[in-house]
Ligand binder design. Structure first.
Ligand code: 2P0
Length: 340
């Protein structure tokens, strides 16, 4: 299904709620934004409307402070944008620059181009959700540059249009992206959850940080179109989200871990049952999964989740940290509620 509303109409609808600009958008004006990556505990996989990035199911995430994107933009004259990613100037034909420029088309005035300087503190395209922090940071930079002063919920809608998971990266901590039901997409935004969980740890096991062959956008579309198992996914995703949200409220770590791991593996099952098949796992991914299962057999409460890539994200509580480090020497540990 596709919406009759175009992305331009969608953006104009949101910007009509912006404050009148405090200063006219003129050449040389700049804006800054920074946003964290997020890891979904209950995943987004599949779109009900592609052009507006409307998801088939809601999702729930946790943001990782310290890992993310910082972006500055400047309004320039001319017809082409200048994009610098991690200190490298990109050709305008580079897929990253093209996607960015197409997105910026929704916001530019006639004869305006943008100079975009963006820096990721996560490897680009490694299944560590750099597009999520990237589009969230860009939207914050646009809000700063054009002085829209839009509320976070509206910025979440705009970030979603750039990359679905970016809707969740506007917030620290836990966030829920509501799938929404409206055709205009105005009810499909993320909101923060009020709970914190200081003992909660996320461990990043980097199996391979090379650019992946099948991007999420293409991967989920192929899944929706060819995977027979996919019909079971939307209902399961909503059920898992409700259980995870309740587990966060109850601080029931076992229930959260079991549900998040099963949710991730169910999503990967739909990928594997897609044609042509999508298998993001590498031998090192399976080895790490088996290590996690062995640790659980040994009595340790540790679970994993995985996204569109070969890397594992472990979920555990701080009291298990020493044993986790002992097993996975090369692990980056993030405490989402103990770091800025
Ligand atoms: C998630 N992923 O919920 C899921 C789990 C990957 C696997 O959101 O097409 O890069 O830009 O909306 O946001 C990655 O999808 O895809 C993603 P688009 P996006 O985190």
């Amino acid at each position: 299904m596709n919406s009759d509303i175009s992305p331009t109409q969608f953006v104009n609808q949101i910007l009509s709620q912006a404050q009148p600009p405090t200063r006219p958008a003129k050449i040389g004006q700049t804006g800054k934004g920074r946003a964290p990556v997020n890891i979904a505990l209950s995943k987004y996989w599949g779109k009900r409307a592609v052009a507006l990035n409307l998801p088939t199911n809601s999702s729930l995430s946790i943001s990782l402070p310290g890992l993310g994107t910082e972006t500055t933009i400047e309004i320039t004259e001319g017809s082409s944008d200048h994009v610098t990613l991690n200190n490298q100037i990109l050709e305008i034909s580079h897929p990253f620059a093209q996607r960015l420029s197409q997105y910026l088309n929704y916001f530019r005035n006639p004869n305006q181009a943008f100079k975009v300087t963006t820096f990721n503190t996560v490897p680009t395209g490694a299944g560590l959700a750099s597009s999520a922090s990237g589009y969230a940071a860009l939207v914050l930079a646009l809000d700063d540059c054009f002085q829209w002063q839009l509320p976070k919920q509206q910025l979440s809608l705009l970030a979603r249009l750039g990359s679905g998971s970016a809707s969740r990266s506007l917030y620290p901590g836990f966030a829920v992206w509501h799938k929404g039901v409206q055709e205009d997409g105005l009810d499909s935004f993320a909101e923060p959850l009020p709970q914190t969980w200081p003992e909660l740890c996320i461990g990043l096991i980097k199996v391979d940080i090379a650019e992946k062959k099948v991007g999420s956008t293409q991967g989920m579309q192929n899944t929706v179109e060819t995977c027979e198992l996919y019909s079971a996914w939307p209902k399961k995703a909503e059920q898992d989200l409700a259980i995870i949200q309740q587990s966060i409220e109850d601080k029931n770590f076992t229930r959260l871990g079991e549900t998040a791991e099963n949710n991730a593996l169910s999503m990967h099952a739909t990928m594997i049952a897609t044609w042509p098949p999508i298998l993001y796992w590498q031998p090192g991914s399976v080895q790490a999964m088996q290590q996690v299962w062995q640790l659980r057999e040994d009595g340790l409460s540790v679970y994993f989740t995985m996204d569109a890539g070969p890397n594992l994200k472990l979920l555990f509580l701080e009291k298990e940290e020493a044993k986790i480090i002992q097993t996975f020497g090369n692990i980056q540990i993030i405490k989402p509620f103990k770091q800025d």
